[in-house]
Design a protein around this ligand. Structure first.
Ligand code: PRP
Ligand code: URA
Length: 209
């Protein structure tokens, strides 16, 4: 699989197992999504560029490094991507947040766009697209295409569980986009749900079922 990074950190794997459990209720589910997102964000941001600075400590001068100031943005796909925003903003408080609203037509599984609001300078930013589930890949691919139409050149996709089909779709449609996930699951059921997956991420996050 090209361009796929599976985060095998023990804390991520442990929390993902709790997330998959059908007995995990909404409050804990939300907390786990946020925590895993923060832990994954640590890896997703590994290549951020640094610049050297001099800092006066109480007893001397340190030649040290700070972020060079490259503008960042995160773009959750509504609804379920919202659950990943807090964790990422803890690491990247300076990031701007765009929103792309997509839902899957339950019959065709094709994504339907219903909302979009992006930072005015989105084209200048490195963007991380957030969605816990990469199933057929249709939603993430459509969101990435939309960002590219708006001029965004550097895009990463961060999800919690990716299916093999979803990864294939993103690799084919957007070979320049790296996928960061906590697990790769084998297959989809006839309704396009990831198996074994974790069920409907939006419903479990917001308690709508
Ligand atoms: C879920 C999920 C992804 C999409 C993944 O959203 O959060 O956006 O399905 O499926 P795909 O890879 O086959 O496109 P859903 O359409 O259920 O909307 P919701 O987040 O509003 O519940
Ligand atoms: N959307 C979800 O929330 N879960 C899946 O398994 C597939 C799409």
């Amino acid at each position: 699989m090209d361009n796929v990074f599976v985060m095998d950190h023990p804390l991520i794997q442990h929390k993902l197992s709790l997330l998959r459990d059908k007995n995990t209720q909404t409050k804990e589910f939300r907390e786990l999504v946020s925590e895993i997102s923060m832990l994954m964000g640590y890896e997703v941001t590994r290549n951020m560029s640094l610049k050297e600075v001099e800092i006066e400590t109480p007893v001397g001068v340190a030649r040290t490094k700070v972020l060079s100031g490259k503008k960042m943005g995160i773009v959750p796909i509504l609804r379920a991507g919202l659950g990943m925003v807090d964790g990422m903003l803890k690491l990247l408080p300076m990031a701007r947040v765009g929103h792309i609203g997509l839902y899957r037509n339950p019959d065709t599984l094709e994504p339907v766009n219903y909302y979009c609001k992006l930072p005015f300078d989105v084209a200048e930013r490195d963007i991380v697209v957030l969605d816990p589930m990469l199933a057929t890949g249709g939603s993430a691919s459509a969101a990435i295409s939309y960002l590219k139409e708006k001029g965004v050149a550097h895009i990463k996709l961060m999800c919690l569980i990716a299916s093999k089909d979803g990864i294939k779709k993103i690799n084919e449609d957007h070979p320049d986009v790296s996928i960061y996930c906590a697990a790769v699951d084998e297959k989809l059921d006839s309704h396009g749900y990831i198996l074994p997956g974790l069920g409907d991420a939006g419903d479990r996050l917001f308690g709508t079922k």
